[in-house]
Design a protein around this ligand. Structure first.
Ligand SMILES: [Fe+2]
Length: 291
């Protein structure tokens, strides 16, 4: 059963055990709902890493940042968590916890990679007693509400993305970390047209620091205004996590951010991103000169 989650986007899908989904069984329906609603919520799921990975692999190539950076490391499920490998909790002065707080800026995942993300499949494993919500905004509705002249302007521009830009807004020490500084500038069109249904969405992130062809200050202001427009309360859904929740969202049409929680409590969300492919409209957002 598919029920609306928010009046502008999103759907709750019930009656499905995501462990049973295969390419031929339920995936076509889930993929169609993903293209239509941009964000899908499934409750009471029991994904382990293997079934989570299998489900993600149906959407596209599994994103492995180490491999993209040239390191020979196998794929592993990412965690958004304050729990370390030995089970202890990160302290609030730990740089990795400070890095987590950078996820609390509105963003789209992986816009600083050579190929950005199509989708994130986020599954709640451990939730705190309060806080830790993930918030989402529909940039499809935000684009649709722009005046036609503004739509035409946004459609022809390219934003320049760099991971250091979002990190330096939080703590300049983060920009010195290799896994932050190793990605060069990437430019993407500020509108992504969904090739399945033709719907357009603003494509922007906190990683974007300017617009091609503008001076830095004007570009930064333009990006700021777009982000402000997209993240108005009318476009926003805030999700309170319950263990077993799985949210699958379209990175081409949704902005998201994390919210803080009491860091003396553990919180773990398991996350897998898949990269876009040409079938998802990648060529339409590449600037004519690269990347
Ligand atoms: Fe994210």
């Amino acid at each position: 059963m598919v029920e609306p989650l928010h009046d502008r986007f999103g759907a709750t899908i019930s009656g499905i055990d995501l462990r049973t989904v295969t390419e031929g069984h339920l995936y076509p329906e889930i993929r169609a709902a993903f293209e239509e609603h941009s964000l899908l919520l499934f409750r009471d799921q029991q994904l382990d890493n293997a079934s989570h990975t299998h489900l993600a692999s149906l959407f596209g190539p599994l994103e492995n940042r180490e491999q993209i950076a040239g390191n020979d490391e196998p794929f592993s499920v990412s965690t958004v968590s304050n729990v370390t490998d030995d089970g202890s909790l990160l302290t609030t002065d730990a740089l990795t916890l400070i890095d987590l707080t950078a996820n609390m800026l509105w963003h789209t995942d992986s816009t600083f990679l050579p190929v950005p993300a199509l989708v994130n499949l986020l599954a709640a494993a451990v939730v705190p007693s309060s806080g830790g919500q993930t918030e989402f905004c529909t940039t499809r509705a935000a684009f649709g509400d722009l005046a036609p002249g503004r739509q035409a302007e946004v459609r022809r521009l390219f934003a320049v993305h760099q991971l250091t830009h979002s990190r330096e807004q939080i703590d300049s020490r983060l920009t010195e970390l290799d896994y932050v500084s190793r990605w060069p500038d990437r430019a993407w069109r500020t509108v992504w047209r969904n090739p399945t249904n033709g719907r357009e969405a603003i494509y922007i992130a906190s990683h974007a620091y300017t617009i091609e062809g503008m001076d830095r200050a004007a570009g930064e202001q333009f990006v700021g205004e777009l982000l402000e427009h997209c993240t108005q309360p009318a476009y926003r859904y805030s999700h309170e996590w319950t263990v077993g929740d799985v949210i699958i969202w379209d990175e081409r049409a949704v902005l998201h951010r994390g919210r803080p929680w009491p860091y003396d409590e553990p919180r773990t969300l398991n996350s897998i991103c898949c990269s876009v492919t040409e079938l998802d409209g990648l060529a339409s957002v590449r600037p004519p000169t690269g990347p």
